[in-house]
Design a protein around this ligand. Structure first.
Ligand SMILES: Cc1ncc(COP(=O)(O)O)c(C=O)c1O
Length: 274
């Protein structure tokens, strides 16, 4: 038996599909008897503005995986949700009862936390809030594009948002950008993430290796005030980046030194300076 696994908004890079790719994939799965698995570890439980990511395409997966938000992040907790007939086929005989097992599976504390988190998501309408706040958040970040040519694309769904950067249009900044990228593609995003934390106390992430993407996954209870705080902070950090030479690129320079140091390159070290 084969299975096709999808992640409707990818944890790495926050790519999603603007086409009917998932719908067509499901059709093919049905045609050839392949199971469709939706990995909802990141996208599940309201993160993307629907209870599950696959609902944006009205899919009907056979299996879904859940974790992270399932316990509100407090207790390690994960779940596999499958159609009854799949479950029964998997655990069909005595000798198959351990065909898929884990030490901490069915842990009572984790399950209690899972149920509590589901109740809060429901009672506080967090799925709807995620859709509403996510749309507002993306719109406000998108508006920064006019001011900062570093921003290439704002993408994602609900409160799972990726901001992709690219080479800026200003000549001096192009040079700094190129130098930084000679070393490693992720360093620019790393620079932004570091400054967002150290100057503005806002925790963000780089969205993966070798990409100019930062990722934001705010709590589902976020309000307009916090969104404005974030957007002002990002505006400030990107404004700092326009000062070249300046402290931001000095920070970039330190990253370059650290990256080269760890590679122990015998070549002369390039620096990000005017
Ligand atoms: C999209 C996605 N799927 C699966 C996993 C693995 O989840 P777990 O560590 O709970 O097994 C992760 C972990 O980060 C993830 O991001």
């Amino acid at each position: 038996m084969a299975a096709f696994v999808i992640e409707t908004v990818q944890g790495k890079g926050c790519q999603t599909s603007g086409t009917d790719f998932f719908v067509r994939a499901q059709e093919l799965c049905r045609k050839y008897g392949t199971l469709l698995i939706s990995d909802e570890v990141q996208t599940g439980l309201g993160r993307t503005g629907k209870m599950f990511g696959f609902q944006h395409w009205n899919l009907e997966p056979d299996i879904i995986t859940l974790a992270k938000t399932l316990s509100g992040g407090y207790v390690p907790c994960g779940a596999i949700v499958a159609r009854r007939d799949i479950y029964q086929k998997t655990f069909s005989r005595m000798d198959r009862c351990v065909v898929h097992s884990t030490t901490f599976g069915r842990n009572n504390l984790a399950m209690a936390c899972g149920l509590a988190a589901l109740e809060v998501i429901d009672q506080e309408d967090l799925v709807e809030r995620s859709a509403k706040m996510g749309a507002l958040f993306m719109e406000k970040i998108e508006a920064l594009k006019a001011k900062h040519s570093f921003i290439k694309e704002v993408r994602g769904k609900g409160l799972m948002i990726g901001i992709e950067f690219h080479e800026p249009s200003e000549f001096k900044l192009k040079m700094a950008w190129k130098l930084l990228h000679k070393i490693d593609k992720v360093l620019f995003a790393q620079m932004i993430v570091t400054q967002m934390l150290s100057k503005h106390r806002i925790l963000t992430q780089v969205a993966g290796h070798a990409m100019d993407v930062m990722k934001i996954l705010p709590p589902l209870i976020i309000g307009e005030k916090e969104i404005d705080m974030f957007v002002n902070a990002l505006d400030d950090v990107l404004t700092e980046c326009r000062k070249f030479p300046g402290p931001m690129w000095e920070l970039g320079n330190n990253f370059v030194k650290a990256a080269l140091g760890s590679r122990r390159s015998p070549e002369p070290r390039p620096t990000v300076s005017a």
